[in-house]
Ligand binder design. Structure first.
Ligand SMILES: Nc1ncnc2c1ncn2[C@@H]1O[C@H](COP(=O)(O)OP(=O)(O)OP(=O)(O)O)[C@@H](O)[C@H]1O
Length: 631
């Protein structure tokens, strides 16, 4: 038999065009051809289980070989094979019908890349790297004749009788000049590891030597011999294909190590398994995140029936879940994922919601069953939970019951517990419960101490997301305000009805203000004389909560925020009129001494917050030395 024909493509130059646009990703030819070989093998197994094929299906494998001299790569399987009729139908028509459609769409397309993503490349992706492709195949059907198909990348093909003696298909690629890199064994191995690591049929790529026990020597010590075995590059039964009940913790940990060698152990994991309304399996691991938000991304691998697709899972899992590691396998996601496809696909949204829910459920379960360990892991989990709460409404609704607030004394509270803890002492005159927080306990030590002396509690909010988280809590929690502990003097942090009166007369207050204004002599320092408890510090320097937040936002945001960003830093200098130092100042009639005392008290306030630097610090030290010397 010999038959020549024309593949039904109207445009002659289809391959050069496809090649050109797909060049950056041309390694996927191997994924496509190996998965076809795996499919053919799986089909045979299915026929066997249906009783439609009676031969042996044990030990079926797919083999990849490179011949650097002949410049060929062959992919062979022992699957169902094809008859000449089937080649015509599946290769000439089916495999290439995509190409025809592709060309039609391509002609009117504005963005070629988008179009490419929508089409399964399938068999003809072979022409991205090969000048000529040959199929040698023998169908499993009784009495089938072997067939050979050759195509040189033009639209012409040739089918002849083949000489293959065993069932299955062998595809030979005659690698073109630009693609010779694929003839390197290490290159090919890398691609196989990337795409085929978990395919369900053993993939053989060459051989390797192994040590095998070989009896005992004269002294009774075990002997070993070197044997050559097939190098099977894949794990055919990765854990996500198994039922959770069959798996131990060690299995999950081992799989994690297989995915991410040299990584720290994960904190815990979730086994995903759903078959309605979409199919999805997978295992997601919670890594130790700490603060390296950016570094951790792109660690989830996406598979479709155990074929690796991509590790860019944006759009398939919500943004915050991209911090997780692991695998997701869904046949409902096509091999060639394109952004536009994902955005339009209803399943993707459902997958998104499902994964979010499962993650929230798992966290909730951990919290309920072992709160102590949950608290211990909070440094890692916390960032993730907060990220989720900020970015996903659905996640917020679940996480609000297990998100923890940590105070500066390393105690943990749920939102409800914290509210109950603080509501009595920390409610202001407008009925708002004011949550105090510190983003830098070492620096804000004196403020924290002051607040704690009042019986107030101070939260620790020092993670990179806390600014957003604080904003979110205020908008979600009714009548809760957040204030950084150094936003004002402690008496005014939480404004109450009762006021401590200043013992100074109006004139005296005015005098003290003038004295300080003069001594400080800085336009960004606003002096205010107020009556605080006598045991509060004589001078405290603060920046208003609103102003500080606006400035912080201006650093990251733009637009309206620029207005605040461009304003100079403004601080409030609260002078405690009830402190005995102020009396001392007023009693001294010598203005120079008064000035010196005012400046010294101001500098001490700056010093306690690490704000005293440069020439001011030097001057302070000199002045202090002089003051000690006076006694
Ligand atoms: N190794 C093989 N053994 C048996 N049949 C094969 C083999 N390779 C390809 N075929 C047949 O050719 C058809 C076309 O293959 P092609 O890869 O282009 O598309 P596909 O596998 O159906 O879909 P996809 O675009 O997702 O790869 C297959 O559906 C299959 O029937």
């Amino acid at each position: 038999m010999q038959e020549k024909g024309n593949i039904s493509i109207h445009t002659e130059n289809i391959f050069p065009i496809i090649k050109k646009f797909l060049y950056s990703d041309n390694e996927i030819f191997l994924r496509e051809l190996v998965s076809n070989a795996v499919d053919a093998t799986q089909k045979l197994k299915r026929l066997s289980s249906l009783g439609e094929f009676n031969g042996d299906t044990d030990g079926l494998q797919v083999e990849i070989k490179v011949d650097a001299d002949r410049k060929t790569i062959t992919i062979s399987d022992q699957g169902i094979g094809m008859t000449a009729e089937e080649i015509k139908k599946y290769i000439n028509q089916v495999a290439f019908s995509g190409a025809t459609e592709f060309m039609e769409k391509f002609k009117e397309a504005k963005d070629a890349k988008e179009i490419i993503g929508k089409f399964g490349l399938g068999f003809y992706s072979a022409f991205m790297v090969a000048d000529k492709v040959e199929i040698n195949t023998l169908s499993y059907q009784q009495g089938a004749q072997p067939a050979r198909w050759i195509c040189d990348g033009s639209t012409e093909f040739e089918i002849t009788d083949g000489d293959r003696a065993t069932r299955g298909t062998e595809i030979t690629l005659y690698i073109n000049e630009e693609s010779e890199e694929f003839l390197e064994e290490s290159k090919l191995r890398g691609i196989l590891n990337k795409y085929c690591q978990f395919l369900p049929v053993p993939i053989k790529f060459g051989t390797r030597t192994e040590r095998e026990p070989d009896g005992e020597d004269e002294e009774g010590k075990p002997k070993f011999k070197e044997v050559t075995v097939d190098d099977i590059i894949n794990n055919t039964a990765p854990i996500w294909t198994k039922a959770p009940g069959e798996l131990s913790d060690e299995d999950y940990l081992n799989f994690y190590r297989e995915l991410y060698p040299f990584s720290e152990e994960p904190l815990f994991w979730i086994h995903l398994n759903v078959d309605y309304p979409f199919n999805l399996t997978g295992v997601l691991y919670f890594p130790k995140i700490k603060n390296e938000l950016e570094l951790q991304r792109n660690k989830i691998k996406l598979f479709s029936r155990q074929v690796f697709i991509t590790d860019e899972v944006k759009d398939i899992v919500p943004e915050f879940l991209m911090l997780l590691h692991g695998v997701i396998d869904s046949p409902d996601i096509p091999l060639n994922v394109s952004r536009s496809f994902l955005q339009a696909d209803g399943n993707v949204k459902k997958i998104n919601n499902y994964v979010t829910r499962k993650v929230a459920d798992k966290l909730s379960e951990l919290f309920k069953t072992d709160r102590k360990s949950f608290e211990e892991k909070w440094a890692d989990i916390g960032l993730f939970v907060k990220y989720g709460m900020i970015s996903e409404e659905k996640f917020y609704d679940k996480a609000k019951d297990f998100v923890l607030l940590e105070n500066v004394n390393k105690e943990f509270f749920t939102l409800e517990e914290y509210h109950n803890k603080t509501k009595d002492l920390q409610t202001d005159k407008e009925g708002n419960v004011v949550y105090l927080y510190s983003n830098d306990p070492a620096r804000q030590h004196s403020f924290i101490q002051g607040a704690e002396k009042r019986g107030y509690d101070v939260l620790l909010m020092n993670s990179p997301l806390d600014n957003h988280f604080i904003g979110q809590m205020e908008s979600k929690l009714e009548k809760v305000r957040m204030k950084r502990v150094d936003a004002d003097v402690v008496d005014k942090l939480i404004e109450k009805e009762e006021k401590i009166e200043s013992i100074l007369s109006e004139d005296q207050s005015k005098m003290v203000k003038d004295l300080f204004d003069k001594a400080i002599n800085k336009p960004m320092m606003d002096v205010e004389v107020t009556g605080l408890s006598p045991d509060e510090l004589p001078v405290t320097v603060t920046m208003d909560e609103f102003m500080r937040r606006m400035k912080e936002m201006a650093k990251t945001g733009g637009g309206m925020m620029n207005f605040y960003g461009s304003m100079p830093d403004k601080y409030k200098v609260s002078v405690n009129g009830n402190h005995k130092l102020i009396q001392l100042m007023l009693n001294s009639k010598d203005e120079a001494t008064q000035q010196q005392l005012a400046r010294q008290a101001f500098d001490l306030a700056l010093l306690s917050q690490g704000m005293l630097t440069g020439a001011d610090l030097t001057e302070f030290v000199n002045r202090s030395v002089a003051l000690i010397g006076q006694n």
